[in-house]
Design a protein around this ligand. Structure first.
Ligand code: PLP
Length: 375
């Protein structure tokens, strides 16, 4: 199998697993328990939090563990709205659904939302964010790197605008680890371990001390009362171990070389192809390409039959396929329908890239032949 879907998830690194195992097998206590087993688990959790804080560049008390990037996005939007009770939100139109759908839910509760559109390369202009600011704006979300097109946003500038107007700024950093420096000038940001060779189902979120945010999940007083539920110590340890490795960005040059080889060959050897997103301001792993006259979902299926894993940004609900909201926003629905996302990782090889291009060439020309036969 050739796995070119590293933005969806990644394999768990063995060294990360080895660090987690003791907390699944021997040091399995509840970190809140007042006995030796609990203290051992609590030590593991303290150390994981310290390690994450060091990488983030913040204080340990500002790190919160939770179930994933989806929970972090929900928590940021709904937690701030619950604390503020009313007001206006600024949300980039190309956020992950965790943020977009949370904002839509808040609209239903009486909050007003301005959705800021990207330019044709998928960049959210900071000046458009500033133009959207109102006296009652309480929250802003613009992600560091987009999950579909990999475009890197002007996070520092947006952070500076939000600080100036006293707006809570949430920056989704799920796709930017090791590429974009952590924006500690934001009010909050989050990473999800399974995107960088850590375990699934765990995220770490930075929330600046003194922020006004209410818990999304209530329960015990875990995570300083902001996130109820027994902390998954093994996963927190795994996240810390994977984050330390990924944040160094040591594989970026190699991953970019694979991506560039792929994009270079596809654009040169397959007619009617276009790269979606900014050609330069993008994460090294991402290639999102539209194939004129083809259906992205069909290419995905044909590649899958040939043992190559990729993705489209399309959402499937009630049997209908909705093209990606991100590519629709930057290049229109037609381009979105024919888009396929290829995301490379440290375990991919140049041979895999070449094989993927060769298979893709066959699939695209067959699809176009079939289509012209039907027309
Ligand atoms: N935010 C972004 C940018 C993502 O790419 C993802 C996952 O695809 C998420 C949030 C959700 O993260 P998780 O899978 O940990 O819930």
């Amino acid at each position: 199998m050739i796995y070119l879907d590293n933005a969806a998830t990644t394999s768990l690194d063995t060294e990360v697993l080895n660090e987690m195992l003791p907390y699944l097998q021997t040091e399995y206590g509840n970190p809140q328990s007042q006995h030796a087993a609990g203290r051992l688990a609590a030590q593991g959790l303290i150390s994981a939090r310290d390690r994450v804080a060091k990488v983030f560049g913040c204080r340990a008390e500002e790190v919160y563990f939770m179930s994933g990037g989806t929970e972090a996005g929900n928590f940021a939007v709904k937690g701030v709205c619950a604390a503020k009770k009313r007001g206006h939100l600024i949300i980039s139109a190309i956020e992950h659904p965790a943020v977009l759908k949370s904002a839509q839910q808040m609209e239903g509760l009486g909050f007003e939302v301005t959705y800021v559109q990207p330019d044709k390369n998928g960049i959210i202009p900071p000046e458009e964010v500033e133009k959207a600011v109102r006296p009652d704006t309480v929250f802003c979300a613009v992600m560091a790197a987009n999950n579909e097109i990999g475009t890197i946003q002007k996070v520092e500038k947006i952070s500076e605008i939000c600080t100036r107007y006293g707006i809570f700024y949430y920056c989704d950093c799920v796709q930017s680890v090791g590429v974009v420096p952590f924006p500690t000038s934001a009010s909050a940001f989050a990473v999800s371990a399974h995107k960088f060779h850590g375990p699934k189902g765990v995220a770490a979120m930075y929330i600046s001390g003194g922020s006004r945010i209410s818990p999304l999940i209530c329960g015990g007083m875990q995570e300083r009362g902001l996130r109820g539920g027994t902390v998954n110590v093994a996963s927190a340890v795994g996240l810390a171990a994977a984050l330390e490795r990924a944040a160094q960005g040591k594989n970026n040059t190699y991953i970019a070389s694979l991506r560039n080889r792929f994009v270079g060959r596809v654009l040169a050897e397959i007619e009617g192809t276009a790269l979606n997103g900014d050609p330069v301001l993008r994460v090294p792993s991402n290639a999102n390409i539209s194939f004129e006259g083809c259906d992205g979902a069909n290419i995905l299926m044909c590649l899958d039959l040939r043992d190559i894993c990729v993705s489209t940004g399309s959402a499937c609900s009630a049997g209908a396929v909705t093209p990606s909201h991100v590519i629709s926003a930057i290049a229109g629905e037609e381009r979105a329908k024919s888009a396929v996302r290829f995301t490379f990782g440290k375990y991919n090889t140049p041979e895999e890239v070449d094989r993927a291009v060769d298979v893709l060439k066959q699939i695209v020309s067959q699809t176009r032949r079939d289509k012209s036969g039907l027309d």
